[in-house]
Design a protein around this ligand. Structure first.
Ligand code: ASP
Length: 358
């Protein structure tokens, strides 16, 4: 062994021992000082609303948000798009109903949206200035605060799932382009060619998408986001996007950045969409969860965060949230926001076209 090999061996051993320590810390994590997902707010005060069923058990819930480039370019598809979104939400909810984790649920839901050509994520992602797809995605486990993200990815049909792999099986929180590809190869994770992610309509409608986005969104608003609360009272979030059409090669948006596109901890989960350059400056998802930590409901938290985005930097964006009482919240000041939510087997969804914050 030469000295370089020895050095590599040493680093590997250190990484192994850190990994073991990290696992131990998580399994020994102290109990939370408040009841997660129970009917009380973060100050421990009783709440009028509850997410407990008659049995007193926490009932799981899930919420999804998708942007609107596609339905502005192809308005006749609005119904189909809503249908897929609701089905994806339902698939995540089914996992939760079967005692699956919030992390599994948000990954599943986002991966279904990535597979569908009507969403700017995974297959069907919009193109950068060079006519290439570059995907950003992240996933976060609100219980452990573990997170995984991929940035500028060109080799994955499901960027959210490689993000999950990075979270679960690497020592890092985020990998970019070629590095993510190498990591995936080493784990036997399925990869694809960049071309496989480009749909014909995106290729042929490229200019149309760019015009629609410039005109209506002053930047962006098409990330797919899922947030969930599972029956153990744990939160999670996941995001995925092809980003803003016509972006410079190598540009990274808010979606894969912790606290910008999504955030989850023991107080709730939030997901956002909008022009990444603005959302990042406000760390919008963290802002929403921070509001919930201060005792605001999910609705107040999203509304106040989007209002702040508007007041402070005239940003356009949307946010969704679930709070510790199981309440849903959503707010937007953008032209189009699609959303769906399921709790207690009741499905609600909508297609907002608003200029005002709701
Ligand atoms: N937030 C995304 C980004 O900036 C774009 C979007 O939501 O449409 O990459």
């Amino acid at each position: 062994m030469d000295s370089t090999d020895k050095f590599v061996e040493k680093i590997k051993k250190m990484a192994e021992s850190l990994r073991a320590k990290r696992k131990k810390t998580i399994s020994e994590a102290p109990k939370q000082d408040h009841q997660i997902g129970k009917k009380q707010n973060t100050r421990g005060e009783p709440s009028k609303e509850t997410n407990e069923g008659d049995s007193g058990k926490i009932t799981p819930r899930i919420m999804v948000q998708c942007g609107g480039y596609y339905i502005l370019v192809y308005p006749e598809r609005a119904e189909d798009v809503l249908k897929v979104m609701v089905e994806a939400t339902q698939s995540g909810y089914d996992i939760l109903k079967n005692n699956g984790t919030a992390v599994d649920a948000v990954e599943k839901t986002v991966s279904i949206l990535e597979d569908d050509h009507n969403f700017n994520a995974g297959f069907g992602s919009l193109l950068n200035v060079n006519g290439e797809v570059e995907c950003d995605a992240m996933i976060m486990d609100g219980f452990t605060l573990n997170t995984g993200a991929v940035m500028g990815a060109q080799h994955f049909k499901n960027p959210v799932s490689i993000s999950r792999k990075i979270m679960d099986e690497s020592d890092h929180c985020a990998l970019t382009g070629e590095g993510a590809w190498e990591f995936a190869q080493s784990k036997g994770f399925e990869t694809c060619w960049p071309e496989d992610l480009i749909s014909d309509e995106v290729r042929s409608g490229r200019k149309k998408f760019e015009t629609v986005v410039k005109k209506n969104f002053t930047g962006g608003h098409d990330t797919v986001t899922a947030i969930a609360l599972d029956s153990n009272g744990h939160f999670a979030c996941a995001t995925s996007t092809g980003g803003i059409p016509g972006k410079l090669k190598g540009r990274i948006g808010d979606a894969p950045l912790v606290g910008c596109g999504g955030y989850a901890n023991e107080y709730g989960a939030a997901g956002t969409s909008g022009r990444g350059e603005e959302l990042m400056k406000m760390t919008l998802a963290r802002e929403v969860v921070y509001n919930m930590e201060r005792g605001q409901s999910a609705q107040e938290s999203t509304k106040n965060a989007v209002q702040k985005l508007e007041n402070r930097i005239r940003g356009l964006g949307s946010a969704i949230a679930i709070d510790v009482n199981g309440n849903f919240g959503k707010a937007t000041n953008s032209p189009v926001m699609l959303w769906a939510q399921i709790a207690d087997d009741s499905v609600e969804y909508g297609h907002e076209r608003k200029k005002k914050i709701d």
